[in-house]
Design a protein around this ligand. Structure first.
Ligand code: HEM
Ligand SMILES: [Cu+2]
Length: 634
């Protein structure tokens, strides 16, 4: 043991040298904890930006012909930036510098108001609405949720939970973050280029995507983002296989680690087709190839000069082969976070751990067999549709298992209603609504009516916003004391929770109703021009208020983050009295190089809460607590 520690320390020294300069410590760090936090801050900034783009769109949907009060957005973000500067001051540059995120967003909205092609005389042009929509979806999914769920939580928590000193390939880890960062910056720059940002949705369907402006930079940025994800995925897989502490057998892994491992496999297997697909689309745009472009196509009255005879549907296959597994890339880490928090706060072992793990394998495998349920309207024929309908119904079973396990775990527990637990509890019914609304879409006959309506938007927002982002908030409140040694304020956390929950349901619930009434997605006026939309048009204003309510209540969260960093008191290393290694074996925050003061050894499964030990009930038994010798006669 002592030998092992000595060996580990010497490798740690070789890896990191004794004294790292400021740049190597905070910017180009190879420490998984720093990289996790970098991913976290960047992803939160992108989530805020993606949210802001949507808040602008919601104005156009609610009041399409009225000039918007854009100055409210500009001044709101400016004030927040200044407040953050003041909270941070000179003494805490890491807080003050975040003020630039808010000022940057304010600057971007101001820039929009100065452009004839964006917000002339205050109202929004339909083309600009399309840009906002495409960028909102892209930013939220590829630059916000996945980097937060995988890049931040995966990077920070996974090595700690398995008892590893770092990731297997620390330099690849650093490269993964910086490649992602460059992709994100490129994506943003596209707003300022002639022709503006992408306009063809987050799905970038050709032929439109090949002929519209903005898409070239979108595609290049996506190639960066995808490459970053692939590097990350390899790292997560190798780390989990190779670097588990002694005694950390597969069935002792915390469930969160399992979700990250399966997620990494999904990324690794599903992203390469999209990477190739994106490069093909890029070639179609810049070199005049015709992977996706049909010869003889007429655009604006003219026959376009395309010889190759490509097929636009090819893109949909490549895109959805990634993008269906991608939805599980969002939801699996969310389920992992919720499982950790629900178990910890019911003070009971996770009910059905094995069933959960097998369900993960099943859902991961099945997620590659359902993708064309996004394509029932492409004329695939009924035998192909039958396959995808059947697999889609089958893949819903593991989701039901996850929900059932959460409820059974709660059953009879003495629940602690702290802030992370509130978010985790809300996730259960919210994900339930998301999953249930997916079932009709999975069957071709109802999908013929519902496809491309607001119903689809309602469905997937229930799974990604209250279904995933709520879980990510739960994770932030839960692991914040791990990362900083300080606990976020309870009262502000509760305000944030209730406002977000109410706002989200107001913003997304009516979408289901509008969709069933047949209102199409991607209309800048929310359906104003259509007769059949008139009876449900009033809901547009409600939904917009829902969205703005969500925004207002995020102020409580942002203030909480910065005030706690500045003023919060140091809490104990294991505030939640948890059993997993990140809490029981490492200090909060963990040791800079190598995480643990002594290499941990694992003796038991992950969630031993209120279990009998030698005839008495122990409130919680950490994974690294050695077995007690059985008492004589006991
Ligand atoms: C529980 C079972 C689920 C079923 C049966 C299901 C089914 C479907 C179907 C059939 C569509 C295509 C509808 C159409 O375009 O006409 C769809 C769209 C979508 N679903 Fe789900 N889904 C489920 C869960 C999820 C989860 C867990 C997520 C994400 C975390 C998700 C995210 C999405 C997204 C993002 C879209 C829309 C993509 C777009 O067209 O822009 N779904 N879902
Ligand atoms: Cu799907």
């Amino acid at each position: 043991m002592a030998e092992e520690i000595a060996k580990h320390e010497s490798t740690a020294k070789e890896e990191h040298h004794e004294e790292l300069g400021w740049w190597r410590k905070y910017i180009f760090s190879t420490d998984h904890k720093v990289i996790g936090i970098q991913y976290g801050i960047t992803a939160l900034a992108f989530l805020l930006l993606g949210f802001m783009l949507m808040a602008l769109m919601r104005w156009s949907l609610a009041f399409p012909d009225e000039p918007g009060p854009w100055w409210i957005f500009i001044s709101g973000f400016t004030i927040m930036g200044i407040v953050v500067f003041l909270i941070g001051g000179i003494k805490r540059p890491y807080i003050s510098l975040s003020g630039f995120i808010f000022l940057g967003i304010a600057g971007l909205v101001w820039f929009f108001t100065t452009q004839e092609s964006m917000l002339p005389v205050g109202t929004m042009l339909p083309e600009f609405y399309n840009s906002l929509g495409a960028m909102h979806g892209t930013i939220m999914i590829f630059l916000g949720v996945v980097p937060l769920a995988v890049g931040a939580f995966g990077n920070y928590v996974l090595p700690l939970q398995i008892g590893a000193p770092d990731m297997s390939f620390p330099r690849i880890n650093m490269a993964s973050y910086w490649i992602f960062f460059v992709g994100g910056v490129l994506m943003l720059l596209s707003f300022f280029l002639p022709g503006g940002a992408a306009q063809s949705g987050w799905t970038s369907y050709p032929p439109l995507a090949v002929i519209q402006p903005g898409q070239t930079v979108w595609l290049i940025a996506m190639v960066f983002v995808i490459t970053s994800s692939l590097l990350g995925a390899i790292n997560f897989i190798v780390t989990t296989v190779q670097l588990r502490a002694k005694g950390m057998t597969w069935m002792r892994l915390p469930f969160f680690v399992w979700t990250q491992l399966i997620t990494a496999f999904l990324l690794l297997l599903a992203f390469p087709p999209l990477e190739v697909g994106a490069i093909f689309q890029l070639l179609d745009r810049v070199l005049g190839t015709s992977f996706y472009m049909t010869s003889g196509m007429v655009i604006g009255g003219d026959v376009v000069d395309i010889a190759g005879g490509g097929n636009a549907l090819l893109w949909q296959h490549l895109f959805w082969f990634l993008a269906h597994p991608e939805v599980y890339v969002l939801i699996l880490p969310a389920i992992g976070i919720v499982a950790e928090i629900v178990t910890n706060n019911t003070r009971k072992p996770l009910w059905g751990y094995k069933a959960m793990v097998y369900s993960l394998f099943f859902i991961g495998f099945m997620s590659f067999t359902v993708y064309a349920h996004h394509m029932y309207m492409t004329g695939m024929g009924s035998s192909v549709a039958t396959w995808f309908q059947t697999t889609t119904m089958i893949i819903s079973i593991p989701s039901v298992i996850f929900l059932a396990v959460m409820v059974f775990t709660l059953w009879g527990g003495s629940v602690r209603f702290n802030v992370p637990m509130l978010f985790a509890l809300a996730w259960i019914p919210m994900f339930g609504i998301g999953g249930l609304t997916g079932l009709p879409l999975g069957l071709a006959p109802p999908d013929i009516h519902l496809h491309d309506t607001y119903y689809v938007i309602g469905h997937f927002h229930y799974v990604v916003a209250p279904g995933t982002i709520i879980a990510l908030f739960a994770g932030i409140y839960y692991w914040f004391p791990k990362m900083t040694g300080k606990k976020l304020n309870d009262a502000l956390g509760k305000v944030h929770f209730w406002g977000t929950l109410v706002g989200m349901n107001l913003a997304f619930g009516p979408m289901i109703i509008q969709g069933m009434a047949g209102v199409s997605r991607r209309l800048y006026d929310g359906g104003l021009q259509y007769d059949h939309a008139q009876p449900v048009l009033f809901l547009n204003e409600w939904m917009s208020w829902g969205a703005w309510i969500i925004g207002i209540f995020q102020v409580a969260f942002i203030v909480n983050l910065f005030l706690t960093l500045k003023k919060g008191e140091k809490v104990s290393d294991n505030v939640w009295e948890a059993t997993t290694l990140e809490w029981s074996a490492a200090p909060s925050p963990p040791v800079a190089h190598g995480n643990f003061a002594a290499v941990p050894e694992v003796h038991r499964s992950a969630y031993e809460y209120n279990v009998p030990v030698n005839g008495r009930i122990e409130e919680f038994v950490p994974q690294n607590q050695p077995e007690e010798p059985v008492e004589a006669g006991g």
